[in-house]
Design a binder for this molecule. Structure first.
Ligand SMILES: NC(=O)C1=CN([C@@H]2O[C@H](COP(=O)(O)OP(=O)(O)OC[C@H]3O[C@@H](n4cnc5c(N)ncnc54)[C@H](O)[C@@H]3O)[C@@H](O)[C@H]2O)C=CC1
Ligand SMILES: O=C(O)[C@@H]1CCC=N1
Length: 268
């Protein structure tokens, strides 16, 4: 795969960097760029990678991973475009940016793969979806998938589904943390010490997630197993239904997908 340059190593860029390092990728084959020099120095110190300018990194790399905010992408692509040629693979992790938008700003024939990752990649439990652009072949898509497989699972989706993926798994960890916060708060309201409430909730989430993964049973079946007739769970779920929590989740994720589409519309 040669040298991989991570351009814009913030939260998601560092997440990918750490996954590649944990998976045994030599730091000699990894370079990063950051806007702030202190940030670059911090990454050099903690990972032993090289930090370069965007232009130098793009020139040195076989695979260029773009991890700046969607709003910063135009400037970055303009800066590095001259350094790239059809031998390069460009992997974009940015929400909402179509491959066609990148292809139009890069030299003809440069392969582009769009990826939507998520932050659990930091603990090797990421979920990423990849979509090849027009000039990307199966080998390019596999190369991008391999990068993300260093820190979690990877699926391939048609690019038209990337807004939905962003709404579900890209932003998804935030919804789960939000639910966890609410359950911890409930424990405190019910008189539990905060650390106890936190341990109860986090282990319950971990246990429930592991059950779904290991039993392969549908969540509805697993929920019904917990819900005794006339019992405590039924009383709680009745309240969630009365407060339209299921509908609120669907509306929330529609808003996220719409926002992803809006980010794209500035980049069409
Ligand atoms: N944080 C998340 O959970 C996820 C983020 N993403 C995508 O990843 C991208 C980055 O998001 P975050 O890491 O959360 O943001 P972030 O703000 O933590 O990281 C972006 C980094 O890029 C740097 N940067 C901006 N312009 C630059 C330039 N011209 N040259 C070099 N560095 C530059 C910024 O200083 C910052 O450190 C976004 O496009 C976002 O849509 C995708 C999936 C999940
Ligand atoms: O909130 C965002 O825009 C990014 C994309 C998915 C997760 N974080």
């Amino acid at each position: 795969m040669g040298t991989v340059a991570i351009l814009g190593a913030g939260v998601m860029g560092e997440t990918l960097l750490s996954g590649l390092v944990r998976s045994g990728r030599s730091v000699d084959d990894l370079v990063v760029t950051a806007r702030r020099p202190e940030r670059a120095a911090d990454l050099v110190e903690r990972y032993g990678v090289r930090a370069l300018s965007n232009v130098e990194a793009a020139r040195a790399a076989d695979t260029v991973v773009l991890v700046v905010k969607p709003q910063d992408m135009a400037l970055l692509v303009e800066e590095i475009s001259d350094q790239l040629s059809p031998g390069n693979l460009v992997v974009s992790l940015a929400a909402g940016i179509p491959t066609a938008w990148l292809e139009a700003r890069l030299p003809a024939g440069v392969a582009v793969v769009r990826v939507m990752p998520n932050t659990p990649a930091l603990v090797d439990q990421g979920m990423a979806a990849v979509s090849p652009g027009r000039s990307a072949d199966a080998a390019h898509t596999e190369e991008a998938s391999e990068l993300l497989r260093s820190c979690g699972r990877v699926v391939q989706v048609a690019e038209k589904h990337q807004d939905a993926v962003t709404a579900i798994s890209g932003s998804g960890p935030a919804y789960i943390f939000y639910v966890v916060e609410a359950m911890i708060e409930a424990g405190v309201v019910l008189g539990l010490p905060r650390p106890t409430a936190t341990e109860l909730v986090v282990q319950t989430l971990f246990g429930a997630a592991t059950m779904m993964r290991e039993t392969g049973q549908h969540p509805t079946v697993l929920r019904e197993q917990v819900t005794s007739p006339g019992g405590t769970t039924a009383a709680a779920l009745r309240q969630l239904d009365d407060h339209k929590v299921r509908a609120a989740f669907i509306t929330a994720m529609e808003a996220a997908a719409n926002r992803s589409h809006e980010l794209a519309s500035g980049h069409e």
